[in-house]
Every structure is written in structure tokens, then in C-alpha cells.
Design a protein around this ligand. Structure first.
Ligand SMILES: Nc1ncnc2c1ncn2[C@@H]1O[C@H](COP(=O)(O)OP(=O)(O)OP(=O)(O)O)[C@@H](O)[C@H]1O
Ligand SMILES: [Mg+2]
Length: 501
């Protein structure tokens, strides 16, 4: 009987369950979107109950579609939107507040307060991260301060903290009836509460952010059998957890130092494997855990996180009604020959890497009577490529390793115009692998390695193959002219909101 590995991909916009075979090919998939809740400008929330409900639905649905039984699954891996922060009641399983999504900027004031005393990089040496609204630790601090009863409950051990991996594992393994309270080291590395070298909660950080220790999950490796499912069907080992961007790095088989990928989804996330040692960044990248397999030594990565890329396409669709479907942006952008000197800086959540500007906001620069919606569409797509070049340049400087090709994945890699422009702007080839669902694949790999479905990473490297390769086409003068204009536009987005108190 052939057996498979399942992966839950709990993303920012949707939750998927994907079943993979030994070759890394997709056997079955089911997907559900969840609501994006925007209570105020800059606030982004998710309903954690909806996400758990969707997870159960897609797990059952994918198996049904392929005519599989739970017993056909060797194990299940989980990958998740990172940094999205939740607190819930241990006894009832009820969230005390909607989850604060990674893009949410409500902790700007906390960032400014901590940065005043020692600067934004004061916690980099321990955690690898700058102070920013992005990471979970300050989101958790905000919830503890603002939600009635949260702090007292947490101190008494009645209120638990988790990112989406933790929330799902807890529910999958029984919830109030003995659910496991764990997170893997990649997710923990995004809280700004974990020490990067020991992979344990850091006493100094916990005390700086005033987080009760009792509410924190146990940090586990990214690939190991943690326990078995109780719901929505019993008895399947849960054996892998990786934050979505680390999962994509893993799914792209970037196991050697210097290997890098870019995932083009809601945001863009460039990660480079840097091997056994964490590499500090001086160029606005973050130092993060890439993965830890079983008891083996951890592997680290440098990351350039960009908040808004595909989300800008969604914004043109949902907020402006310029297109009805994300894919329609390409034909619209092709109605014009070039960007018509229009630049769109989508600093909707401030700017992340390499700038880290909380108070930046989105702008469209260079408008004239000549510009039309085709130029706006083109500028929106190009924004993804310019932002990627910014972080790739930072990565080359920090790592000392020139990037000679870029492995790409995520929803936007179906966009030929964007991928071609990316290759031209970077002056290196961009490669799309055969399986572009690398996030889910990475989680499946982690779970399959832990249960012996794959013998080692060599099997995974053998599974990786190129589907398409884009070669650079712009001459250097034009490439530099465009990039310089982009740089000018970026500076115009800075310091838009008033400095938070
Ligand atoms: N053909 C396309 N051209 C441009 N953008 C696209 C295209 N197809 C999808 N997108 C964008 O890609 C994003 C979806 O990609 P993907 O599913 O990888 O996102 P994601 O960040 O992984 O989402 P999630 O976090 O929910 O998993 C959306 O923002 C969508 O607007
Ligand atoms: Mg995703």
C-alpha cells in the first residue's frame, strides 16, 4: 500500500492541506480562505476559531478527494504564517482576543518606547531581530496589557500564548483535554523572546517585555514526533513544524550554506542558509533559525522580510476593483510598455527589511497626466522586484556570498512579467521549481524525515527540479536608472505617520 505525508499550510490568507508522495508530487489538496479583519488603519486580525475550523475541513476534504484514509498518512507536518499572535484559555480553548496578524502595526508605540532606550538594534545580539511591530513578543505584551484578565490568567497558568503552529498542534492533540503546548524553534525565533544560540526562552527578553513564563510553549525541534492527532481524525503522528518561510527554504532543498530562495506570496521573504553559525546583519536583515532536525545541531539563515508584495495585487483587486482576479494584473500591466515613470511603494505596514521604518506609509510617485491603470498595475508588480533587489543586495553584503541564481516560489511565480523583470533587475537567472508549493512541501519533508519516510536530505535534493528559468534582459544602464528612481520613491514614503508616543 502506498503511503503519503500530509502538510497543513496555515497561511495569512488561507489554510491548505496537501498530501505529498515520496517524489514530492501533490496527491491531494484542499484549501479554505479566512476573513481578514481590519478594525482600524494598521490593525490586522484573524479569528483563530475560524482558522481551526478551516484546518479540520481541509484535512478531511483533501483525504476524501483522493479517496484516502487517515491511516494512509505516515505523518503530518505543519507550516504556518509566522509571528501572528494568539492567547487563549487553557480550560475552554477560547481565544481571549482575535489573533494579531504579523502585518499589524498597533505596537508601534511599544517599539518606539523600547528603542528610545538603546536603539532599535538593542536586542539583535541575543535574538537576531531588530525592534519592530512585526515580531510576536511585543504583540503578546500588548495583549497582556490590553485584554482584561489576560495577565493574571497567564501568571496563574490559565492563559496560553501561541503562534498558529502552537494553536493548531494544541487543538489537533486534544485541546483542553491534554493538548500539547509546543512551538518549533523556527517559530520561536520570530517572537524575539528566544535566544538564538541556546534555542530557549531568554530570561532577559521575557523580563524586558514582562511576559509570564508559564504561558510560553515548550520549544521543540522542527522535525521529530511530537504526538498524535486526536482531531479531526485520530492516530496520525505530528512530526514536523516549520514557520512558512523556513518551510519554503526547506522545500526548495536549500540545505547548503549560501543557497537562497525567495517566496513571492502576501509578502516576499528571501532566506539564505548560512549553516551552523548565526550570521549577524549590519544591513537590515534578520538572523533567524532555518531549521533543526531532531537532535542535530541547528542551521541558521539570514532573512530579508518584505511585508507587502502579493498583498498589493490583492489591494488593487479588493480595495480599488482594478482587477477581479490576481492573475489579471499581468494582462493589465502588459497594456503598457513600461512603468511610465510611476513607482508604487507599498509601505502599508511601514517598511520591513532593509529599512525597518514603522512610520512609512504607501505612496504612488511620479504620476503625470500620461499615467493610466496599466502603469499602476506595472508599478505594483515592479515594486515586488525592486524590494527584492534591496534585500538581495543586503544579503550579499552581510553574507559575503554573491547570489548567482534565485530560486523562486509562492503564488506570484505564475506571473511571467514579474519573474522576467526580476531576473533583469537582479541580473541573475530566476528559477521556478517543479513543485511551487514549497511551503507545504517543506513541512511534509520535516514530518517525513522524522518518521523515516525519507532517509535523509539527499532524498529531498533528488526530488528538486527546475520547471522554468528566466534570464536577465535589461542592460545595466537601464537597470540602474530604474532602481535609482525606485530608491528615490522609497525615501518619499518615510516618516509619514507621526512618531508614536
Ligand atoms: N498571477 C499572479 N500575479 C500576481 N500576483 C499573484 C498572482 N497569483 C497570485 N498572486 C498573489 O500571490 C499571493 C498568494 O500567493 P501565496 O498563496 O503564495 O500567498 P501566501 O503569502 O502564501 O498566502 P498565505 O500566507 O495565505 O499562504 C496573493 O497576494 C496574490 O495576490
Ligand atoms: Mg503561504
Amino acid at each position: 500500500m502506498s503511503r503519503y505525508v500530509g502538510a497543513i499550510d496555515q497561511g495569512t490568507t488561507s489554510t491548505r492541506f496537501i498530501v505529498f508522495d515520496r517524489g514530492g508530487a501533490i496527491v491531494a489538496v484542499a484549501q479554505r480562505e479566512h476573513e481578514q479583519i481590519y478594525p482600524r488603519p494598521g490593525h490586522v486580525e484573524h479569528d483563530a476559531n475560524e482558522i481551526w475550523r478551516n484546518t479540520r475541513t481541509v484535512m478531511r476534504e483533501a483525504l476524501e478527494k483522493a479517496g484516502l484514509q487517515p491511516s494512509d498518512l505516515v505523518s503530518i507536518g505543519i507550516t504556518n504564517q509566522r509571528e501572528t499572535t494568539l492567547i487563549w484559555d487553557r480550560a475552554t480553548g477560547r481565544p481571549l482576543h482575535n489573533a494579531l496578524v504579523w502585518q499589524d502595526t498597533r505596537v508601534d508605540g511599544l517599539v518606539a518606547g523600547f528603542a528610545r532606550d538603546g536603539g532599535k538594534d538593542r536586542f539583535r545580539a541575543v535574538t537576531g531581530l531588530p525592534l519592530a511591530s512585526y515580531f510576536s513578543g511585543l504583540k503578546l505584551a500588548w495583549l497582556l496589557d490590553r485584554v482584561p484578565g489576560a495577565r493574571a490568567g497567564a501568571e496563574a497558568g490559565d492563559v496560553l500564548f501561541g503562534t498558529m503552529d502552537t494553536w493548531l498542534v494544541w487543538n489537533l492533540t486534544g485541546g483542553p483535554e491534554g493538548g500539547l503546548h509546543v512551538t518549533d524553534a523556527t517559530n520561536a525565533s520570530r517572537t524575539q523572546l528566544m535566544a538564538l544560540d541556546s534555542l530557549d526562552w531568554d530570561a532577559g527578553m521575557i523580563s524586558a517585555f514582562a511576559i509570564p513564563r508559564a504561558m510560553l510553549p515548550r520549544i521543540v525541534s522542527s522535525s521529530a514526533v511530537y504526538g498524535e492527532t486526536v482531531r479531526p481524525f485520530p492516530g496520525v503522528p505530528i512530526a514536523g513544524i516549520l514557520g512558512d518561510q523556513q518551510a519554503a527554504l526547506f522545500g526548495q532543498a536549500c540545505f547548503a550554506p549560501g543557497e537562497a530562495k525567495n517566496t513571492y506570496g502576501t509578502g516576499c521573504f528571501v532566506l539564505m542558509n548560512t549553516g551552523a553559525a548565526p550570521v549577524p546583519s549590519t544591513r537590515g536583515l534578520v538572523t533567524t533559525l532555518a531549521y533543526r532536525l531532531g537532535d542535530a545541531a541547528p542551521v541558521y539563515a539570514l532573512e530579508g522580510s518584505i511585508a507587502i508584495t502579493g498583498a498589493l495585487v490583492q489591494w488593487l483587486r479588493d480595495n480599488l476593483g482594478l482587477i477581479r482576479d490576481s492573475a489579471e494584473i499581468e494582462p493589465l500591466a502588459r497594456t503598457v510598455e513600461d512603468n511610465g515613470d510611476v513607482y508604487f511603494v507599498p509601505a502599508f505596514s511601514g517598511l520591513y527589511a532593509p529599512h525597518w521604518r514603522e512610520s512609512a506609509r504607501g505612496i504612488i510617485a511620479g504620476l503625470t497626466r500620461y499615467a493610466n491603470k496599466g502603469h499602476i498595475a506595472r508599478a505594483a508588480l515592479e515594486a515586488t522586484a525592486y524590494q527584492t533587489r534591496e534585500v538581495i543586495e543586503a544579503m550579499e553584503t552581510d553574507s559575503g556570498i554573491p547570489i548567482t541564481e534565485l530560486r523562486a516560489d509562492g503564488g506570484m511565480v505564475g506571473n511571467d512579467l514579474l519573474m522576467q523583470f526580476q531576473a533583469s533587475l537582479l541580473a541573475v537567472p530566476v528559477l521556478r521549481p517543479k513543485v511551487t508549493e514549497t511551503t507545504a512541501l517543506g513541512a511534509a519533508y520535516a514530518a517525513g524525515l522524522a518518521t523515516g519516510y525519507w532517509a535523509g536530505t539527499g532524498d529531498l535534493v533528488a526530488n528538486w527540479g527546475v520547471d522554468h528559468r528566466w534570464h536577465p534582459r535589461l542592460d545595466e544602464a537601464e537597470r540602474n536608472r530604474l532602481y535609482a528612481a525606485w530608491g528615490k520613491a522609497v525615501t518619499r514614503s518615510f516618516d509619514w505617520t507621526d512618531a508614536p508616543e
